[in-house]
Design a protein around this ligand. Structure first.
Ligand code: CP
Ligand code: NVA
Length: 302
């Protein structure tokens, strides 16, 4: 593994390896077992072209805990924000840094960084993918359910970056995956093509159908970053694509609920369901730290 650009780049073994290391790093942190020399002397540039709470703080803290140094690079302050091509930025930053985490719009930009630079590139969210989040989600599912065997994951909502990455990640680790999206808001074509090879993948426009007997229910905002102008249109298109008591009644009684956050209560999830499942939702948020530390170690340690 040279980069983390999207879930489909990872083999099942690589995903499990990252999750195992993430569990170990979490254990070490909780038990004050130091691991501050793993990335000693290494630097990570973090380029943000969109807002972030979790990704920024967990990468920054994670790098510090591993003994390295994180640099927060807002695109407003970089020449990239004034039009310097990403290909040139990649070749320059490769000479200063040991790794780059980037949050941006187009997946192509992340792929270009990887192609033109010669240091590991980590996708901290694009319009197409959110692999760091999905590694944390898989870690959380395994933590609560002990294994992926026989589990059904249900995603309700927009076929966005989260849906794309959850479908690929969920299928790769062996879960049944059921997705409910309105017509016109389905996952990316290449993701649908990948998923169509699995008998245990289903897509429907009925949230009730997807939620039936689910072990894990996941949703995300109806309008992602960059789609604020479509918010009104999307509110109409997604009405009914909500995790609420009626949907929970169809899932297994011990089903867990996850949300990458930030959440829009009473849109994609009711406040009631959110609060009833806040333990796993905030464990999921915490696990961003551990999963990303594992990714950085895999990509950047000597
Ligand atoms: N879930 C997630 O990526 O959160 P941020 O946008 O706050 O980084
Ligand atoms: N789909 C959301 C995820 C935020 C973490 C977005 O892209 O804004």
């Amino acid at each position: 593994m040279k980069h983390l650009l999207k879930m489909s780049d990872l083999s099942t073994e690589e995903i499990i390896d990252i999750l195992n290391l993430a569990d170990q790093l979490k254990y070490e942190l909780k038990h004050n077992i130091p691991h501050t020399n793993i990335l000693k002397g290494k630097t990570l540039g973090m380029i943000f072209q969109k807002a972030s709470t979790r990704t920024r703080v967990s990468f920054e803290t994670g790098m510090y805990q591993l003994g390295g140094y994180p640099l927060f690079l807002s695109s407003n302050d970089l020449q990239i924000g004034r039009g310097e091509p990403v290909q040139d930025t990649a070749r320059v930053l490769s000479r200063y840094l040991d790794g780059i985490m980037i949050r941006t719009f187009e997946q192509k930009e992340v792929e270009n960084l990887a192609e033109f630079g010669n240091i590991p590139i980590i996708n901290g969210l694009t319009d197409y993918a959110h692999p760091c989040q999905v590694l944390a989600d898989l870690m959380t599912i395994r933590e609560y359910k002990n294994s992926f065997d026989g589990l059904k994951m249900c995603f309700i909502g927009d076929g966005n970056n989260m849906a794309n990455s959850l479908i690929v990640g969920g299928l790769k680790v062996g879960m049944e995956v059921a997705v409910a999206c309105p017509e016109g808001y389905r996952p990316a074509d290449d993701v649908m093509k990948f998923a169509s090879k699995y008998d245990c993948f289903t897509i429907t426009d009925s949230p009730a159908e997807a939620a039936k007997n689910a072990d894990v229910l996941i949703t995300d905002v109806w309008a992602s970053m960059g789609q604020e102008g479509e918010a009104e249109k999307r509110r109409k298109a997604f009405a009914g694509y909500q995790i609420n008591d009626d949907i929970m009644a169809l899932a297994k009684p011990d089903a867990m609920v996850m949300h990458c956050l930030p959440a829009h209560r009473e849109e994609e999830i009711t406040s009631k369901v959110f609060e009833e499942h806040s333990t796993e939702i905030f464990e999921e948020a915490e696990n961003r730290l551990h999963a990303q530390k594992a990714v950085m170690v895999k990509l950047m340690a000597d």
